[in-house]
Ligand binder design. Structure first.
Ligand code: CMP
Length: 141
């Protein structure tokens, strides 16, 4: 399987809970490497642009409000099958539906405050990685 890169965001709820390290440990424990990382407080314009694909959805304003409510920890994760591996570690978008032992089951409270974001496909990973880390390719080699 190819060595891939994917974008991960540890959202304001998980940063506020002081569990960045516990979440990163899960990525590392599953064999993913942190290839880039930064702690930032997104502007409204950045959050709106990042989630532009959801602009017409009824939850868009709440999503943007939440994502600018505090700092986020943004990473590029690298490894074999990184995109799917990260999604498996995160669990379902709605923490109530997330499988036991997943990040969202263990750390998230609601579908808005759901602890983490991860790219959902190679195409979105490429766009999302370069959005926050311009010049980085989605394939490690
Ligand atoms: P994320 O993976 O960051 O992608 C978009 C986010 O919108 C999602 O996680 C949720 O936090 C949020 N969201 C709120 N309501 C919904 C919904 N009904 N369906 C999908 N995502 C939602």
């Amino acid at each position: 399987m190819a060595i891939e890169r994917t974008l991960s965001i540890i959202k304001p709820d998980a940063v506020a809970k002081n569990v960045i390290g516990q979440i990163v440990a899960r990525f590392e424990g599953a064999g993913l490497k942190v290839a880039a990382a930064k702690l930032v407080h997104l502007s409204r314009a950045e959050a709106e642009q990042f989630y532009a694909v959801h602009a017409a959805r009824p939850f868009f304003k709440d999503l943007v409000d939440f994502m600018v409510s505090g700092p986020v920890f943004i990473q590029v994760l690298e490894g074999e099958g990184a995109i799917q591996k990260n999604r498996d570690l995160m669990g379902a978008t709605d923490p109530k539906k997330a499988a036991p032992g997943t990040i969202r089951a263990d750390f998230a409270e609601s579908i808005d405050a759901n602890a983490v974001h991860g790219s959902d496909a190679p195409e979105t990973a490429a766009v999302e990685v370069s959005f926050f880390f311009p010049g980085m390719n989605v394939y490690a080699r």
